[in-house]
Design a protein around this ligand. Sequence first.
Ligand code: ADP
Length: 397
Amino acid sequence: MNILVINCGSSSLKYQLLNMNDESQLASGLVERIGIEGSRLKQETPAFGKKVVEVEMKDHKAALENVLKALTNEEYGAIKSLEEVNAVGHRVVHAGEKYSESVIINDDVIKALEECIELAPLHNPPNLTGIRAIQELLPSVDNVAVFDTAFHQTMPATSYIYPLPYELYEKYGVRRYGFHGTSHRYVYQRAAAMLGKDAKDLKLISCHLGNGASLCAIDGGKAVATSMGFTPLEGLVMGTRCGDIDPAIVTYIMDKENLDTAGANNLLNKKSGVFGISGVSSDFRDIEDAAAEGNERAQLALDVFDLRVKKYIAAYASIMGGVDGIIFTAGLGENSIDNRKSICENLEFMGVELDEEANKVRGKETIVSKPDSRVKVMVIPTNEELMIARDTLELVK
Ligand code: ADP
């Protein structure tokens, strides 16, 4: 059973073809600059290696046509014909309160996702475009939607209700939804396997630290709290997003700088975070380099980032009445030795003892706490594509 996993962004598209008999990757690829001059497709297969195809792709349908061509290309493809694609799993960002699990896509699902566009105007439209294009190009295969928000639907109301007039929740769905759910779900399941325990018996905190970053408290295999909110802007300090701030700052700055709502959104989403503090870059590698060269604002950005992760970890341990494991994942979580060290510092009081030698690791699934640390600290590379393929397999088989 081969499953194609598709993740459509506004001008890019990531894909993977997986053989689910042994979960091996048959091909992975990326289409960039869709609808922009200079669009290209990059694909990698175990047999051929990397291939770049430069071709004009005016929209997502054209991009997917080229993906299917590349997958079946005689020289650098992975399969002989499209009949070898048995199902397609789609990453979808927002399902509102409608879905708490992945679903096979039918007209009702499409309608529900269209209704969620208001909640995720940047993400749901390209996700839907990808679904429609595959329905046209591969009319006989089942499509499955896997939602970023779904895993968080088990949160209690105490975690998702904002202290705003309750009518805003009823009228407009203003509540915490949370994102990165597929990643948090993948890593907590891996953590349970690594610890040789049933997830039902574990209290875990998953730290997805990438350009976008969020934490999730997972008690007995269920999400009970998460740091992203109504949108992916809340919570941690991120590459260019501010995370938690005093909401009064927004209207104050709008007045002072003469900003409209689009301007304010741009400031908070694109010009803030570690980029805003450091003035250097949104990429943690550049900021680490600048800090090492003595740039004080770069160091301050890293310190503010780490402190907020630490605050959330302690808060989530208190919500769950303890914690058995802390998971670090995504670009920064998997790779940054220094950030992990600084985040875990001062958490010894709650049983977190990082092993500095074991922590000198990048991108490898391993335990980095001391053998007798009460709380296990783990590095677990995330794999959202595999999780999407597993859900797809489960629903279509
Ligand atoms: P997203 O999917 O949200 O774009 P990723 O999970 O790919 O993000 O994470 C990207 C971030 O990870 C980059 O901004 C970079 O700062 C950080 N990162 C990647 N590798 C390293 C590394 N070796 N050291 C420190 N940070 C890293």
